[in-house]
Design a protein around this ligand. Structure first.
Ligand SMILES: *Cc1c(COP(=O)(O)O)cnc(C)c1O
Length: 410
């Protein structure tokens, strides 16, 4: 039997406990949705205020040079690089994850011109598949997306596979691929590996260089805490950077944007993956958030994540019995920093939980998803969430009609 005292004891010995104070978190709220929208770092508030009042308000257009706005996508990219095992000049911050999938996937396909298959798995995040579909259509050369069941991708690699397009940590189940082993398998089949790190970056260490990954993309607003709609990032292995002209050939990816030449000449290195003017205010928030995240030892972050998610699984199973079913892998090393349970009435259960101040989210068709951002989630939060879930289920609170009305965002 575990109790709330166990949670208190684990919080007391948590080496990362002091990070919680670096974030704005409303009193009394248990926030388990940092995998959808990361909490607000206090430093981001101050930084955005400064970017607005001084850099924009007083500096005006001069701030492109004086405040270094023009280099911000590369500076932020270099910070993200340190979280994903990449070197300087290998990551850039730009656009949304969806747009970046388009850029890097077209780069991958261009490097394997004789192959036609984009291989992915069923249940991969829809935007990645939609963008792949759109790109295949646009290319008009018979590319297709092939989806295979989870766990079958490695065996499905063949001589027609141009790119393997996978999300490292599954957004719904939290299941985690072995990035290195899968990348090696892709290469052995002559294919390139494109990784989506949306649920990875900032939550656990990952080493793109050691794994030999070809391309990667990821989100700025999940574990990186850059704020709603924060710009995303992309990684291109140095060996591919000069080989490719990306299709969104906007002026900021040009070798000399301010030469205003008629024709496009790609910039050297990662800068050619830029397109248009960066969103400076949101990128400033992300930049400040990264300063907090980079202070943490990612090995400790991962260690806490495994202990915290395991504690939550144990607490839910003890308090809720078989009213919910674990969807995430039971072995901690096989999952990311989230835990998902299924319940036939999952949407209403999550709404009832949120009404009690426990915020997770719901993913169709029946998944209750709880994200554990190790920098600000406590063991007591995990316990209190499990307790609240048990109360909702035993009191049937979720059967109230107000919890059944679907909101636009789940
Ligand atoms: C959240 C998420 C995205 C989001 O893409 P946007 O373009 O930022 O909306 C993409 N891929 C995965 C795997 C995600 O989890």
């Amino acid at each position: 039997m575990i109790t709330r005292n166990d949670a208190l004891r684990l919080d007391a010995s948590d080496a990362l406990a002091s990070f919680r104070d670096r974030f704005v978190l409303p009193d009394g709220l248990v926030y388990l949705d940092g995998n959808s929208l990361g909490a607000l770092p206090k430093g981001a508030t101050a930084r955005v205020a400064e970017a607005v009042a001084r850099e924009w308000g007083k500096g005006l257009v001069r701030s492109w040079n004086d405040a270094g706005w023009i280099d911000l996508p590369r500076r932020v990219g270099d910070k993200i690089a340190r979280l994903v095992g990449a070197g300087p000049g290998e990551v850039v911050c730009a656009d949304s994850t969806s747009v970046n999938v388009f850029k890097v996937l077209s780069a991958a396909l261009a490097l394997r011109p004789e192959r036609r298959t984009i291989l992915s798995e069923e249940g991969n995040f829809p935007t990645d598949l939609y963008v792949g579909e759109g790109l295949a259509h646009l290319l008009g050369r018979g590319h297709r997306i092939r989806l295979v069941p989870k766990g079958a991708v490695v065996h499905a690699l063949d001589t027609d596979t141009a790119a393997l397009l996978l999300t490292h940590v599954d957004y719904r189940t939290g299941e985690r691929h072995d990035l290195s082993a899968v990348t090696h398998a892709a290469h052995a089949a002559g294919a390139l590996a494109v990784w989506d790190l949306a649920h990875t970056a900032g939550a656990m260490p990952v080493d793109l260089t050691a794994a030999g990954a070809d391309f990667a993309v990821g989100c700025g607003y999940k574990y990186l805490c850059g704020g709603p709609g924060a710009p995303a990032f992309l990684y291109v292995a140095p060996r591919h950077q000069e080989a490719f002209r990306q299709p969104l050939s906007g002026w900021l990816g040009h070798a000399e944007p301010f030469a205003f030449e008629t024709g496009y000449r790609p910039a050297a290195g990662i800068s050619r993956f830029l397109c248009g003017t960066p969103p400076i205010l949101s990128m400033s928030a992300l930049d400040a958030a990264l300063d907090v995240i980079l202070e943490a030892d990612l090995a400790l972050v991962r260690e806490k994540s495994e202990t915290l998610t395991s504690f939550f699984v144990d607490a839910v199973e003890q308090l809720c019995g078989d009213a919910v079913r674990l969807v995430s892998p039971r072995v901690p090393s096989l999952r990311g920093s989230q835990v998902s349970f299924s319940h036939p009435d999952g949407y209403a259960v999550m709404r009832a939980l949120i009404a009690r101040g426990v915020v997770g989210d719901f993913r169709a068709p029946d998944v209750l998803r709880f994200g554990f951002a190790p920098l600000y989630v406590r063991f007591t939060d995990a316990w209190d969430a499990a307790r609240a879930l048990a109360e909702v289920l035993s009191s049937h609170a979720h059967e109230r009609p107000e919890f059944r009305r679907r909101a636009a965002v789940t």
